[in-house]
Design a protein around this ligand. Structure first.
Ligand SMILES: Nc1nc2c(c(=O)[nH]1)N[C@H]1C(S)=C(S)[C@@H](COP(=O)(O)OP(=O)(O)OC[C@H]3O[C@@H](n4cnc5c(N)ncnc54)[C@H](O)[C@@H]3O)O[C@H]1N2
Ligand code: MOO
Length: 480
């Protein structure tokens, strides 16, 4: 969908890093490698005062060029002025603030709650344990030994056993109710019975040993988990133990994916200029891992009217489009957003790959993230704009950010942040090759993306790391 042929205007700000480096080698511009070898500030090319080759601005409902309260701080200059993309950290923050609030809470059965966020604090509905419990298999004893062992033992899951009198013992299983007046539990390996069925302890008996008293973990009504806690498998277990059949949770934000492009095939080998759609298969599960309920994936080709209708009819909280964000003859995303009166909140981000990504408010409670068509550029857009937006809609807290030292030099873009696929080895981020905007070969084996500041990074430099959901949580957990 990108316009065929050469771009007439070349602005360094809009070049890929590889292209910029090529220019640097030809002497057209000096691009820092970030190695810091000379110790001085790297020389960077100055931004061109002239306009770039792309023309999208901050379109508001009435089509005027302006920033919004939530929007980019700098409005588009003039009609043909230089395109001011939003800096990467600002774009993420803005996407996180874009939705007003998550939907109303719903009551969800435990088997459907994994991955949701608690909408209310979880308080214990019972004491835990709910009765005095044996912590071990062995004997419950009363008073000092030796003890006469009763014929009948006590198993878990049975009603209250008869009280013991001093000098008595009863065989007991782990988890069984402790009879009244029991002094301690003796583990089976710490006692022996003689020929008269009398029990002798082989170790000192401490009163209360191996008894879990009622309410040891919590009393009924005790707060267990805060509102906003993500329902993990362990949370499901705790909720069940504490007496819950359902929990109050925030519903997953509903996302719809619109794959644009006439050149895309859904099966077989590329032929005659047609290529396989890599984003249709990739995005739904990735969006799910980010907390979304993917309600539809639709392929619309390059039909502008189909895109307009799809946006008009969609009731998703988030519409994700792929491709068509640039200024080619069939790049319909900007014109369609203008046509439907959408409010552009982010129109281009100072990040490589993926700089044409965009974020718009399309309806009162609906946002659109426009991902560029190049597949790694789309991943960049997903993590820059969709992730924070979905996090807010799902009511999740922002993850703690962390850094790791870089193993090798990474060249930077002169002005933009770069996101590069890395593997994490021995507490270092090792950059992967095949990190071009159209390539998935690097990200497919990556653990994370490293955030390379403008100008590049040198070995040992601490870089912010964006984990890929499956690298930390495992495939099964994050895609259910
Ligand atoms: N005049 C300009 N042209 C372009 C600029 C620019 O600044 N000025 N930026 C370039 C950059 S960077 C990117 S990234 C792309 C983004 O363009 P679009 O979002 O409009 O994407 P398309 O043109 O539709 O596609 C780009 C590329 O990706 C392929 N593609 C698209 N969808 C898929 C898919 N689902 N699976 C696999 N591959 C896909 C498509 O065939 C193209 O090769 O714009 C540049 N142009
Ligand atoms: O540099 Mo584009 O943003 O190919 O991804």
């Amino acid at each position: 969908m990108t316009a065929p042929g050469k771009y007439e205007e070349v602005d360094l700000d809009d070049l890929d890093v590889e292209e910029a480096l090529a220019l640097a080698k030809e002497g057209g511009a000096q691009v820092p490698d970030g190695s810091g070898a000379t110790g001085g500030s790297p020389a960077v090319p100055q931004p061109s005062p002239r306009g770039g080759s792309r023309e999208h601005g901050q379109h508001t409902a009435d089509g005027t060029a302006a920033g919004t309260a939530d929007g980019p701080s700098r409005a588009h200059t003039a009609k043909h002025g230089h395109h001011r993309a939003t800096p990467w950290p600002e774009a993420r923050a803005l996407a996180g603030r874009a939705p007003r609030r998550p939907d109303a809470p719903v009551s969800v059965s435990l088997d459907a709650a994994l991955g949701l966020v608690l909408a209310a604090p979880l308080a214990a509905l019972t004491d835990l344990p709910s009765f005095d419990t044996s912590a071990m298999d062995g004997w419950a004893v009363a008073g000092p030994g030796p003890w006469d062992v009763r014929a009948e033992g006590v198993l878990a899951g049975h009603a209250e056993p008869e009280r013991l009198t001093d000098g008595e013992a009863v065989r007991i299983a782990t988890g069984a109710r402790i009879p009244q007046d029991v002094t301690a539990v003796i583990r089976s390996e710490h006692g022996r019975t003689d020929e008269k069925e009398r029990l002798h302890a082989t170790r000192e008996v401490v009163p209360g040993q191996d008894i879990r008293p009622r309410g040891q973990e919590c009393r009924s009504g005790d707060p267990l988990l805060q509102r906003g806690t993500v329902v993990t498998p362990a949370v499901l277990g705790l909720a069940a133990a504490a007496g819950y059949d359902t929990v109050s949770a925030l519903p997953r934000p509903r996302a719809e994916v619109l794959v644009l492009g006439d050149e895309l095939l859904t099966e077989g080998l590329p032929h005659d200029g047609l290529i396989r759609d890599a984003l249709g298969p990739m995005l739904p599960s990735w969006l799910r891992a980010l907390g979304a309920d993917v309600i539809a994936v639709r392929r619309l080709g390059d039909a502008a009217e189909a895109l307009r209708k799809a946006l008009k009819n969609s009731d998703a909280d988030l519409v994700v489009t792929t491709g068509g964000t640039a200024a080619g003859p069939v790049d319909h995303v900007h014109p369609t957003l203008r046509r439907i009166g959408a409010e552009l909140l982010v129109d281009g981000v100072k990040v490589r790959p993926g700089h044409p990504m965009l974020l718009a408010r399309t309806k009162e409670n609906q946002h659109l993230v426009g991902l560029p068509g190049n597949p790694l550029a789309a991943v960049s857009g997903l993590l820059t704009l969709a992730e924070p937006l979905l996090r807010t809609l799902a009511g999740r807290a922002a993850p703690e950010t962390y850094t790791l030292p870089l193993k090798e030099t990474v060249h930077g873009h002169p002005y933009d942040t770069r996101l590069i696929p890395v593997v994490l080895r021995e507490d270092r981020a090792v950059p992967l090759h095949y990190n071009g905007p159209a390539m998935l070969r690097g990200i497919a084996v990556a653990d994370a993306l490293a955030v390379v500041p403008p100008g590049g990074a040198r070995p040992g430099q601490e870089l912010e790391i964006l984990d890929l959901p499956w690298a930390t949580a495992g495939i099964g957990v994050c895609f259910t």
